[in-house]
Design a binder for this molecule. Structure first.
Ligand code: ZN
Length: 287
């Protein structure tokens, strides 16, 4: 891609960096979110590091071509990639999981996922149960994935991360929450998965042979709306206005990242979009 841009010149580069997909590979200086929680993703795709003396948890490794950027961000914060012990994932699409296989290799970390996500990770995203199967790009398969039980709490040293199933965007979609303390001030950080109902025909959320698709989707959204939530981060940061909130914090509003209603608003907006998708499906329209 870079070579094509160089050959075709500046205009294509400009178009590329302005598009959301272009931002997916743009560097972003890493920063502390709160306490031991750090943002180590690119400008357009999130990766979150939760640090501890017993090793670190890394949630999402967006796109294989971003591996060097993410490793550099972790090191720039003063941490070692070799100390990443546990890699988790929001959902098994190339823009959030494409670098997991490579990062597992570089760090020696264990990868853990819900059973549906583990299957999709092992298949490199080529999962027939994925609503976007056939249109979602494949990625390097993750050969070693441990499955955790639904509702699990994963521990690493003093870190405890809760897994919240939010299936819909993919069958294994998982949202994560944990407490991060800065001095005595502890906040709940929620890394809520993508919630968009995007389907590649013939997949239909409202397929009468699969009533569980909508049921499970709605159950996850309801749970997410009620979750304890101080700081919301999403795999696509713009989906939750994360960098707008960061800009406000950098402008001096110390608590700008915190919004106790953010998870509820995020889930409610997704619920409306799901209703719209179901409406389009019942009207016989392709999305
Ligand atoms: Zn996705």
């Amino acid at each position: 891609m870079k070579r094509i841009i160089t050959v075709l010149g500046l205009s294509l580069l400009t178009v590329s960096t302005l598009s959301p997909a272009g931002e997916w590979t743009l560097p972003q200086a890493p920063f502390r979110v709160h306490g031991n929680t750090y943002y180590v993703g690119t400008r357009g795709l999130s990766a979150v590091l939760i640090a501890s003396d017993a090793g670190h948890v890394l949630i999402d490794v967006p796109m294989e071509e971003n591996l060097d950027l993410i490793e550099a961000s972790i090191r720039a914060l003063g941490f070692r990639v070799e100390d990443v012990r546990l890699i988790l994932n929001s959902h098994a699409h190339h823009d959030h999981a494409g670098g997991i296989a490579g990062m597992a290799l570089r760090s020696g970390a264990e990868v853990r996922a819900s059973s549906a996500s583990a299957r999709a990770l092992r298949l490199g995203g080529n999962d027939p149960d994925d609503p976007q199967h056939g249109s979602a790009p494949a990625f390097t398969p993750v050969s070693l994935v441990d499955v955790f039980e639904e509702g699990a709490r994963l521990r690493l040293g003093a870190i405890e991360v809760s897994a919240h199933p939010t299936p819909g965007h993919t069958p294994g979609s998982t949202s994560w929450s944990w407490r991060s303390c800065e001095g005595k001030r502890c906040l709940t950080v929620v890394y809520a998965d993508s919630l968009s109902a995007m389907a590649n025909p013939p997949y239909r959320y409202s397929d009468p042979r699969h009533p569980e698709r909508i049921e499970n989707f709605r159950r996850g959204l309801k749970a997410l709306a009620r979750i304890d939530c101080d700081i919301l981060i999403t795999p696509h940061p713009e989906a939750s206005g994360f960098f707008d909130r960061l800009a406000r914090r950098e402008a001096g509003e110390a608590d700008a990242l915190r919004d106790r209603d953010a998870c509820r608003h995020y889930a409610e907006a997704a619920s409306e979009r799901l209703d719209e998708q179901i409406g389009r499906e019942s009207a016989g329209q392709v999305r």
